[in-house]
Design a binder for this molecule. Structure first.
Ligand SMILES: N[C@@H](CCC(=O)N[C@@H](CS)C(=O)NCC(=O)O)C(=O)O
Length: 367
């Protein structure tokens, strides 16, 4: 029996495993998926990565890759064309932005709906994943233990009771916008999925499609989004499709980009200010995953959430790309940003250049 070259450790309930799995399938890369049960965490994940997290990928030379974005980018380097990164500037920038929106913003409704509408189901599911061979009572106990930090994360990310209505209104608005877009195009930028599609599929598959209450809601309210989720998870033709010609950004994507600029960009801008100050005040210290709390506003309602330095590493990918653009390409991108209220992105005050450090960051040049 030939062994598959890549091993993916993760689970169906995991947002970021769903992102990598969808990518591997579209890219037609042979892989074997291994459930991240308690034993796998103990024997494989923690020894290799140093802390518990999924997804984790082990490659043909026994190398360990962690972080969905790093996994995808390493495989893009190894496996070449067709790429999930559009080569034209407006599409590429928009795709990178939408990856940040999926990974770092849609996690708010993803956690809110999971823990406030699907709680009992997901606790049992956590138990089944953690101890697949145990009795239901043992699984329930394990699920309850595992669930605590994740349920708490729903609150820390902003899902406090005063924000529930606003989170739901914003999410439903986004679903309607994406559904309208998908009436015209099968993926964000044409007939080929992009890194933006893979950013959105994490929350939209593992949580919003698969969790029972939320999945029903998606299928009723935004059936085309549910069909896109199915295409993304089981690509009918891997490696197929094209990005739209002439660097076109479909009109139907503008409301989603506007939403990102309106909702997420102010949070990223404040995170950058706070991180710059934190780094100045804590020289040589390891940056924690959260550096305090700050305000965020959705649908006119203001709540509180943790300040996540990691989100800035994700945005930095877009900022680094933007900085490489010159002349007509930069003008084209600037015109798009103007159209979607993206002045905050153009004038973004970058923190020191960052390297990823596990689930946080460190300043480039720091030990
Ligand atoms: N940015 C990381 C995030 C990975 C992540 O948050 N994974 C979740 C499951 S979907 C997890 O294992 N979290 C553990 C924790 O947050 O401590 C990635 O893209 O892979």
């Amino acid at each position: 029996m030939t062994q598959k070259p890549y091993r993916l450790y993760g689970s169906e309930v995991s947002l970021f495993t769903g992102k990598v799995r969808a990518y591997l399938r579209w890219k037609n890369i042979p892989f074997a998926e291994h459930l991240s049960d308690a034993q796998t965490y103990k024997e494989i994940i923690v020894p290799r990565v140093g802390f518990p997290v999924i997804p984790v990928m082990v490659g043909p030379d026994d190398e360990t890759l962690q972080d969905s974005t790093d996994i995808i980018d390493e495989l893009e380097r190894r496996h070449g064309e067709p790429s999930i990164y559009p080569s034209s500037p407006r599409q590429r920038l928009a795709a990178l932005l939408l990856e940040v929106f999926g990974d770092e913003w849609l996690v708010i409704p993803a956690m809110h709906y999971r823990w406030h509408y699907n709680r009992d189901w997901v606790i049992r599911e956590f138990g089944r994943m953690n101890m697949p061979d145990a009795r239901p009572e043992e699984q329930l106990e394990a699920g309850e233990k595992r669930a605590g930090p994740f349920a708490n994360a729903a609150l820390l990310l902003g899902g406090t009771p005063d924000m529930h209505r606003a989170i739901e209104t914003a999410y439903e608005g986004f679903l309607d916008e994406l559904d309208a877009h998908l009436a015209v195009h099968p993926y964000l930028f044409g007939t080929r999925p992009s890194i933006g599609d893979f950013g959105l599929i994490g929350p939209l598959y593992a949580h919003q499609y698969r969790d029972p209450w939320t999945g029903d809601h998606m299928r009723k309210r935004a059936p085309r989004v549910a069909q896109w989720v199915e295409r993304m998870q089981q690509p009918p033709q891997p490696l197929d499709g094209e990005f739209l010609p002439h660097d076109e950004i479909p009109e139907t994507l503008l409301p989603i980009l506007q939403r990102m600029m309106r909702e997420q960009l102010p949070v990223l801008a404040d995170s950058a200010r706070q991180l710059s100050a934190w780094l100045a005040e804590h020289p040589g210290e390891r940056v924690p995953r959260a550096i305090g709390m700050h305000d965020f506003t959705l649908e006119g309602q203001t709540g509180q959430r943790i300040i996540r330095p990691y989100s800035l590493w994700m945005l930095q990918r877009v900022r680094d790309y933007y900085r490489t653009l010159e002349g007509a390409e930069r003008e084209a991108v600037n015109a798009l940003l103007q159209q979607v209220g993206g002045e905050g992105f153009q004038q973004f005050e970058d923190p020191p250049h960052l390297l990823r450090d596990g689930l946080s960051v460190k300043a480039n040049g720091a030990d």
